[in-house]
Design a protein around this ligand. Structure first.
Ligand code: ZN
Length: 60
């Protein structure tokens, strides 16, 4: 009669991993943003700049 304890443990583990997943996703997203923004390749920089304008992000 110990099978009922598996599901709550798995649910608690999943909820505890959520902040870690958000932090990893934010880190990767910011990494992509800074790589594109500060890239010496002008084409990549311009593509990131154009995307920022399409999202109505204040730029210049
Ligand atoms: Zn701009």
């Amino acid at each position: 009669m110990t099978t009922s304890t598996l599901a709550p443990v798995a649910t608690g583990t999943r909820a505890a991993e959520r902040p870690v997943a958000v932090a990893i996703a934010a880190f990767l997203g910011l990494g992509l943003l800074f790589m594109a923004g500060f890239s010496p390749a002008i084409a990549l920089h311009n593509a990131a700049h154009d995307f920022r304008h399409t999202q109505n992000f204040p730029c210049h």
